[in-house]
Ligand binder design. Sequence first.
Ligand SMILES: [Zn+2]
Length: 408
Amino acid sequence: MKRTSVFFLSIFIFSNLTCQSDTSVPIKINRLSKRVAVFEALNVNVTVVASADGLLIFDTQRSPGIMSDVLKLIRKEFGRSKVHYVINTHGHWDHASGNQLFPDSIIIGHSNCPEYMRQNPANSIVNIWSIRNHLKELKQELDTLQENTQRSDGLRAEITGRQMVLSDFESRYVTTPPGITFQDSLILKLSDLTLKLFYAGNAHTDHDIIVYIPEEKIAVTGDLFTTRTYYGFRVNQMINAERLIQVIDRILCDKSGIERIITSHTDQLTEEDLHVINSTIQEKYGRLKDKNSAARLLEELLQHNQPAVAEKEYEKRISVPGGEYYYLEDEFTVLGRRLMGAGRHEAALTVFKKECDTFRESALAYDNLGEIYLKMGNTEKAIRNYEESLRIMPYNKNAEEILKIIRK
Ligand SMILES: [Zn+2]
């Protein structure tokens, strides 16, 4: 990752990248200004803003152990330890699994975030399985490399970090959702800073937020944007792209200005990037909003009806001769997973059934159906669907591994 620029602020000169190796995993510190720094470990950024009232921490890493290491460096870097607010950009496990280290701080997130975190605990059997699998692959790769090369050292450090995550999830991890939540927006006034928190609409998750700090001219955007053209969501899967467009407009039009957009997994983006992102979303959304998405129809019906009623109405509407609906498998998958994440299992089941009906030769569709049956405790139907998925795609590792776990 390239981080070479040097940032000047009045008499301070911040060389903006230092690497720390006295922790279990390598942590890069990217000091952006007197009050702001980004700490990167295992490819996840934690942003820290030092306000007069205490430290503000945005996202809490992949596990308590990793966050604990990051926290040591945060305290050293800023010479202080009081954490005033912890803010979760969203509830994905790689961003919120160190929350339990902050029992005395106020943890803030969107109102859909706590339920998501409770329904999708970081230490779930599937997550632990996938971390174990990933570790196995990393170790196999390490075996093929020569000793003491940059790649082998990097890989060894990554293995150490991921092992720490695994052992945290197997022993001490506790799901700790935000205690303070908001639905639309929230303004927090501190002695020397203002935090403007905006709900970004259904995008990467159903609870993404963007935090804008005018005094520092920064916005923290979580997993929404990776680069100016690569996003953590698809515009055609959003029901309310207008909201995201409005939020970005508000930030771009704020009289204080915006200089840096801090993302969760990459280098920062610029004001110009944000303009490009906004016009890309507007252009794509403009093209799509006049067409009828079958998945979106189902989503809207499920919002207002019991699943069985919604399903009947859906069948009725799409069977009108000369139907104007388009069908994208991704849209069904994302919708179903979003409902599953929110604990709306019956609704998710309806979506995945429709996905299977529409895309009969899709292994992914049957994987999805298997997963929801597993969540609902119907092991027999889960097995049947994973088997169907394997029939369609005999090398489907996911289905194979899950079947192994279920049958144990
Ligand atoms: Zn995410």
